[in-house]
Design a protein around this ligand. Structure first.
Ligand code: SAH
Length: 489
């Protein structure tokens, strides 16, 4: 039901002055005027600002930041000139120590409000966030996905989406990504302009180039470029006008070792389709991760997940290993295992590891990664983690039972690392019923983490320790490693 305008104390366009007293989970500044709450994008805690009302509701309004009257002591100049327009980063105007404080609070609040844990409990188990060493981290991301489109004049552009929209903001150089990406994107954009290769048009489902995916192995220097195209198979291996010329240009930019196309005709927001073809170089790039003195190398396909912040990944996985506290005798499940990144570290310290992951290419990568690193006690299975059943038979995929994943023995330790939506309730039930001593939950969303921890703690587990880890400086996102222990019965 729409509310009458007269229900709201202010109307659109009204100008107000307020102090920013808090920040919301999406990084927006929060101010109050006579008890009425204002949400203001780009305002930071401690600012005094002038704003104009955009969308008034009865108890709150979204307002536009017109002027920072008195800047917060934590306000800094964003490292990126397009920080305000680009939807990629939300906290660039906040100093790095203040960003870390914001994330620590975000995790604490989620655990208390959503998880239902007491303040005392959380304050005794929540460790300080592991931030990056730099005073102002830049260039930390190994992966970027640039959408292609057109500006108002119809010119072909590449960049990033503005916040909450699919309008493309041209970005010359993304300051949180590797420095090479700018030249690669410019080469592709130039080629598209020269040959009038059309970008994808979401509204009509027409045009060819949807996204440009670039990923770099920070430890090896190898760079992968994958063009995501709105088209089907090609008989002769040519997917773009003057494809070889483009490949030449990409090679000239430096360390590109793999160029591929991914075919995606679906009219959805899912970036990649199921089919990828290498059009030059290798199918994969390589990288390595180091955890407490042991280095493991990985091959990574375009569709495989791989953590985006290498420096912090080492720290996050070290914490996950510490929480797993393996002695060498354990059977471990690593669920949502991607290319086996965590699984292989676990395998170096456990008796057996089973990795489960939904993307087949990632499991292919995981098997190669085990072999390449001489690890023979890790088994990798393609499927949904929520489809796991425990049954006495060989572990593997049960084709007669809707492709369920059969585990033939209960685990001593379970590691989960799900996407933002968290664990499926069916999986949580399987885990708690299989009764491992410890569950290590690696999460990229404090809200779904808190929701899932609540269920596990109601089912007989105790929240022992949680450590946030800043994998995504300048954004509101926060990773967290958590240890749950089976309660003594
Ligand atoms: N642990 C890995 C990957 C974590 S990202 C690492 O740290 O690198 C989450 C992974 O879960 C992705 O690889 C994604 O493809 C996978 N995934 C998503 N839904 C899944 C499901 N229902 N069952 C199993 N894996 C899933």
């Amino acid at each position: 039901m729409s509310k009458k305008k007269s229900d709201t104390p202010y109307k659109k366009g009204d100008i107000l002055t307020t102090d920013i007293i808090d920040m919301g989970i999406n990084g927006e500044g929060i101010g109050k005027v006579e008890g009425y709450t204002l949400f203001i994008k780009d305002a930071v805690i401690g600012d005094r600002v002038r704003v104009s009302i955009m969308k008034p509701e009865r108890n709150y309004a979204y307002a536009h930041l017109d002027e920072v009257i008195v800047p917060s002591k934590d306000r800094v100049t964003p490292v990126c000139p397009v920080a305000r327009a680009c939807g990629g980063c939300q906290l660039q105007a906040l100093s790095y120590p203040a960003q870390l404080k914001f994330k620590q609070e975000k995790v604490r609040n989620a655990l208390i409000r959503i998880g239902g844990f007491s303040e005392d409990h959380i304050d005794s188990i929540l460790k300080p966030i592991m931030g990056m060493d730099e005073t102002l981290p830049t260039r930390y991301r190994n992966k970027a996905q640039f959408p292609a489109g057109r500006d108002k004049e119809g010119r072909i552009i590449t960049g990033f989406y503005a916040g909450h929209s699919h309008n493309i903001i041209p970005v010359d150089d993304c300051m949180i990504s590797a420095p090479e990406y700018s030249g690669i994107v410019k080469a592709i954009e130039g080629h598209m302009r020269n040959y009038d290769i059309s970008p994808y048009d979401e509204a009509h489902g027409t045009g060819l180039v949807r996204h440009i995916l670039i990923r770099k192995g920070f430890k090896t220097g190898e760079i992968m470029v994958c063009l995501i195209l709105n088209r089907g198979e090609s008989r002769d291996g040519n997917y773009l006008t003057s494809q070889n010329e483009l490949i030449e240009k990409l090679r000239e930019t430096g360390n590109v070792t793999s160029v591929s196309v991914n075919l995606n005709r679906a009219n959805t927001n899912v970036i990649m389709g199921d089919v990828t073809h290498t059009i030059w170089g290798e199918d994969v790039i390589h990288d390595s991760i180091e955890v407490v003195g042991r280095s493991i190398t990985y091959r990574i396909s375009p569709r495989s997940f791989y953590q985006v912040n290498p420096a912090q990944t080492d720290r996050l996985y070290s914490k996950a290993m510490e929480y797993a506290s393996l002695t060498g005798n354990e059977t471990v499940w690593d669920l949502y295992c991607g290319t086996g990144t965590i699984s292989l570290f676990l395998a170096t310290a456990a008796a057996k590891v089973y990795g489960v992951e939904i993307i087949p290419e990632a499991i292919e990568d995981a098997k190669h990664n085990a072999e390449d690193n001489g690890i023979d006690n890790a088994t990798f299975l393609v499927g949904k983690a929520e489809d796991i059943v425990i049954r006495p038979s060989d572990s593997g995929i049960d084709n007669e039972d809707n492709g369920r994943i059969v585990m033939n023995e209960r685990p001593d330790v379970v590691v989960v690392d799900p996407p933002r939506k968290g664990c499926d309730p069916a999986l949580i039930e399987t885990i708690t019923e299989s009764s491992p001593e410890r569950v290590v939950y690696v999460s990229c969303d404090p809200a779904t983490l808190a929701r899932d921890l609540k269920i596990m703690c109601e089912a007989g587990y105790e929240l022992k320790e949680a450590t946030p880890c800043d994998l995504f400086p300048h954004t509101v996102h926060c990773e967290c490693a958590v240890l749950l222990q089976k309660q003594e019965s």
